[in-house]
Design a binder for this molecule. Structure first.
Ligand code: FES
Length: 114
């Protein structure tokens, strides 16, 4: 069984109201995540999956969706991203080891150490 260093969950839920992440590019973002990980040589160490609705889609006035990154430490970081910035977020978070502050979901900061 493989051991992953991180887990990226991208919300791609679609609904008729057009306001959910899947209506705003969630599937395309997930595809971009997979391509970016392959480009960076991280595809085998980062697990990628879809996330169900976590009630964050109303935050996104633009064409953006919710993305949660677990790891590489025991931390979860919630982002709001689109196809234009998700590569930058992944590179900063997983390669440089820093959170991509400009794209963090401020309403969902998780601090497991407190
Ligand atoms: S549809 Fe993505 S958070 Fe609700």
């Amino acid at each position: 069984m493989p051991t992953f260093k991180s887990h990226i969950m991208v919300c791609d839920v679609e609904r008729d109201d057009g306001a959910h992440c899947g209506n705003k590019g969630g599937a395309e973002v997930k595809e971009r995540v997979v391509r970016t990980l392959s480009k960076l040589g991280l595809r085998s160490s980062v697990y990628v999956s879809s996330a169900g609705c976590t009630s964050q889609h109303r935050l996104c006035d633009m064409q953006e969706c919710s993305m949660i990154v677990y790891g590489p430490d025991s931390e979860a970081t919630w982002y709001v991203v689109n196809t234009e910035n998700v590569e930058e977020v992944i590179e900063k978070h997983l390669v440089q080891g820093e959170k991509s502050e400009d794209h963090i979901n401020e309403g969902m900061r998780i601090d497991l150490k407190s």
